[in-house]
Design a protein around this ligand. Sequence first.
Ligand code: UDP
Length: 250
Amino acid sequence: MTLSHGALLYEGKAKRVYAVDQDDRVLVEYKNDATAFNALKREQIEDKGRLNCQISARLFEVLERDGIPTHYLGLVDETWMAVQKVEVIPLEVVLRNVATGSLCKQTPIAPGTSLEPALLDLYYKDDAFGDPLLTEARLELLQLVTAEQRVAIERLARHVNAALVPFFRSLDLQLVDFKLELGCNTAGELVVADEISPDTCRLWDLRTTDPQERILDKDRFRQDLGGVIEAYGEVCKRVQGACPNPRNCG
Ligand code: UDP
């Protein structure tokens, strides 16, 4: 494939970011690498990059239709996306609609408890520290964001949840929880960045009640349940059914 891009600006666990001619945009290449537990568990999963790229593009368009600003500009290729250049805020914003995962490991809240309103947790995005959960006081101490940005981040994250829950519900998928990364674009606007995919969302299939079979996200990889790519493929199939023609930016 010949795809014109400039220098590699950044390589993360699941994506590479490349410069292009325009200063206010970059290209993102979705990789097949799967990692979990702060990259202690690693594997290559054939076709994961393409599926996450295709799913993410459509989910960004779902957000856009709801008036939510995102960094997404359009698809360039099967595994490549054009996005606005942003300065990523070093926070992982996690929204939880159903209690599971770390929440149930760290607290006595029973798995499966419905959380209304959704619980919003902020983590400090830094692998060297193991992405620790932040308190409001630590957030203030670290001065990662202003008080106004803090309010805007929460409002944006809750808006994303309010848009995605019914969208997934219409596909017989339950959005259990998800992680967002936000950034500031060159115009200074706060936008949803990174990706939204089964790597970053827990999605349960409402077409089955089997507690393992219903898992259609990275927990299949984390828990060695097998069928990882089949699960991502099923999510992609349903999302593509609802959004057949994503914008092309090629
Ligand atoms: N998550 C993520 N990246 C991270 C940590 C969490 O995308 O570095 C997502 C995860 O897929 C889930 C949600 O955030 O959808 C909440 O994860 P949790 O805190 O329960 O952590 P885990 O159980 O995955 O350790």
